[in-house]
Design a protein around this ligand. Sequence first.
Ligand code: TXE
Length: 500
Amino acid sequence: SGERNGHVEKSTVLIPQVKFTKLFINGEFVDSISGKSFETIDPRSEEVIAKVAEGDKADVDLAVKAAREAFDHGPWPRLPGSERRRIMLKFADLIEQNLEELAAIDTIDAANLYSLGKILFINNAIELFRYYAGAADKIHGETLKMSRQLHGYTLLEPVGVVGHIIPWNFPTQMFSMKVAPALAAGCTMVVKPAEQTPLSALFYAHLAKLAGVPDGVINIVTGFGPTVGAAISSHMDIDMVSFTGSTATGHRIMQAAATSNVKQVCLELGGKSPFIVFDDVDVDKIAPLALNACLFNQGQICVAGTRLFIQEGIYDKFVARLLEELKTWVVGDPFDPNVNQGPQVDKKQFERVLSYIELGKKEGATLLTGGKPLERKGYYIEPTIFTDVTDDMTIAQEEIFGPVMSIMKFKSMEEAIKRANNIKYGLAAGVMTNNLDTANTVSRSIKAGSIWINCYFAFDNDAPIGGYKMSGFGKDMGMDALHKYLHVKSIATPIYNSPW
Ligand code: TXE
């Protein structure tokens, strides 16, 4: 049910039966070697959805063996690109045929809004597989202009066995963003979904098999970070680890990679992105954008615009308009089409967000609205806005990953740039102005991987995303992501009697 001014709406969507709960290794669903399982919880009700096989190091070893075999001797990396394209397009079609069920799975497991799942999250995955399918037969190097007596060229080769370690905020998006370019490149892989949201990845593995992805190319090991995740990042037979998650875990993964086999690492880590509003904007247009930039997906998105900088001339008007807009923002069951915000993903995140809110109050920020859990079952938190936030406060510096906005006032463009960059993160930024010079100067001055001018969350298959500074390195999406799964080999051969 959703709540708006005390009015309760009932959700009518049928909850899907969970079909896949085992590890997926070498094309088969199998129990974990230990026989252990863990519970995945519905954040709306705090009840168990299903028990899922709990993998460990020994299961990772099996999965890597299968992936290694599929890479070293199997057809996948050796297929013509057009064949990989055909299979990936079929995979995308199968996802499309199961769209509603997949959207529902991510709603019970991750509390992604069901209405958006149907039109956005699952669709994006479908389109991403199609995008990279289209690239699979266009992977080529360059001819090198070497010295007169050498003919040289670069050859692009798949990096090998990839370990994908992914988080829980958008299970489908994370899965497709990592798996699709790696597949197109000709890699084989071991995927570890987050322990909070293991269900859709297993469903995707089933669909991949139906589409004709050969056994061993995609393996899924469900389980926890310190066991499965650590085994992947320290494995001697994995060539690359591609990770999205917290900066703290990013440190551990990079360390494990360094002390094992120096595998390649790609890290998409935390963020604390600025949303900068200049005096000249249309407040009615930008305030709703600012609200959504922070609260979308319960604030659980790495590029959330959580630091709202407002120029002093429109400060009061903008804050008032934000509060006005907030009245239309509905917190409730993510199956309800009228709902904007569902529960946080689990108890740990729920408590973590509430503790940040307490810290904000303690450090002297003004709690303008919200700040409490909803009085109902599930991990629901009121949309929360702090004003009078100073740059040194914890709530201005650390990623909260919840529906919590920190508002700050600024005078000049120079001040906004300086303060926006005064942070260890650099994932994204929003620049709201009608002044072209201001937009250009700020865009080039902010140290972040994505800059959105007069818009936010302007994602596109063709637009790479990824961090500066402690938000990590390496890109997801776009052709850059394809290239991170490819080695560049340069080959030279002598040419005698070259005419030029
Ligand atoms: O993240 P972890 P958590 C941020 C966000 C959130 C905080 C903590 O601020 O509040 O991180 O969330 C696996 N070796 N983001 O604890 O630990 C883990 O099992 C290898 C930002 O959930 O980073 C999961 O699959 N792997 C973010 C994945 O890492 C390990 C999205 C992410 O979990 C591991 C999620 C280990 N030692 C959280 N320990 C974003 N950038 O979008 C854990 N994992």
